[in-house]
Design a protein around this ligand. Structure first.
Ligand code: HEM
Length: 143
């Protein structure tokens, strides 16, 4: 079974995923570093997209029809330290909503499946032309 479907069943479906995702993006947007990615992004839309992505393939759920992570982030210079911060904020959102260690484990495992699709070693590895968006680089974390 796909990890996201395992997560979906363990947490109790779409309605249980939703508040975690909302909280997770609130943490991302409020973060002094990663928040720079979300300037001008509608967090409600963003949350719905990740929700649809994570529900895809679960019983009775529609297929995901938007861009997969490799394309969706092709214009973004995302680094490994950014992924580390994402994981910390994701774990925090899941735990704040009182979910079990098993749900934390499954969610972090699902997320990790996509890390190599979004991480780049240099801005030259970005492919903004693949998404028709300008290259986006947010720089180093604030001191
Ligand atoms: C630090 C790492 C990441 C950052 C900073 C980040 C940030 C973003 C941003 C800013 C967007 C909106 C892009 C736009 O509209 O131009 C986006 C879209 C999206 N991200 Fe991420 N992301 C990260 C990692 C991931 C990972 C690992 C996944 C997979 C679980 C993921 C799933 C998605 C999805 C499904 C969308 C919507 C794509 C679409 O509808 O076209 N992201 N992300």
């Amino acid at each position: 079974m796909d990890y996201n479907v395992e997560l979906y069943l363990a947490i109790g479906g779409r309605e249980a995923l939703r508040p975690v995702i909302t909280r997770f993006y609130a943490h991302m947007a409020a973060d002094p570093w990663l928040g720079r990615w979300f300037e001008g992004i509608d967090l409600g839309d963003q949350a719905r997209r990740l929700e649809n992505f994570l529900c895809s393939g679960a019983p009775g759920e529609p297929h995901y029809v938007r861009n997969y992570p490799m394309i969706a982030h092709a214009h973004m210079y995302i680094t490994r330290p950014m992924i580390k911060t994402r994981m910390r904020l994701l774990r925090r959102a899941i735990e704040e909503l009182g979910h079990s260690p098993e749900v934390v484990r499954l969610w972090l495992k699902t997320d990790a499946l996509w890390h190599s699709a979004v991480v780049k070693d240099s801005p030259q590895d970005c492919r903004p032309e693949a998404v028709g968006k300008p290259l986006k680089v947010i720089g180093e974390p604030p001191a």
